[in-house]
Design a protein around this ligand. Structure first.
Ligand SMILES: [Zn+2]
Length: 115
């Protein structure tokens, strides 16, 4: 699954990844696999790790992770970068990411407690 060389630049546009969330491979294979592996929320931001996983979270943002691997979109599905999360924690992490406060499973500084 080599990427086409002419299309590879360092940034992967988030929009191009949206379709991967709707792909059959993601929905039928990756999501069930991760939820079975991580039945309880791994993020544990809001739930203390007691809530059942309903969402699959990319530990490192998918677009960053793919960029780290030279634009190879198969890394979108890499179970090493995926973890089960409950919806509340997943939403919270996404908010932190969008504010630039989340890096590699760490909340930067103590901003997390202020949210
Ligand atoms: Zn949770």
């Amino acid at each position: 699954m080599a990427a086409q060389p002419e299309n590879v630049s360092n940034g992967v546009k988030p929009n191009t990844l949206k379709r991967l969330y709707y792909s059959a491979a993601w929905r039928n294979r990756t999501v069930p696999f991760v939820l079975a592996r991580d039945p309880l929320c791994v993020l544990a931001l809001s739930c203390e790790g007691t809530a059942p996983s309903t969402d699959v979270d990319h530990k490192i943002r998918a677009e960053e992770y793919i960029a780290m691997h030279e634009g190879d979109e198969t890394f979108f599905f890499d179970p090493e970068n995926l973890q089960g999360a409950c919806h509340a924690c997943h939403s919270r992490k996404t908010q932190l990411e969008n504010k630039g406060l989340w890096h590699c499973n760490l909340i930067e500084g103590d901003m997390g407690s202020n949210l």
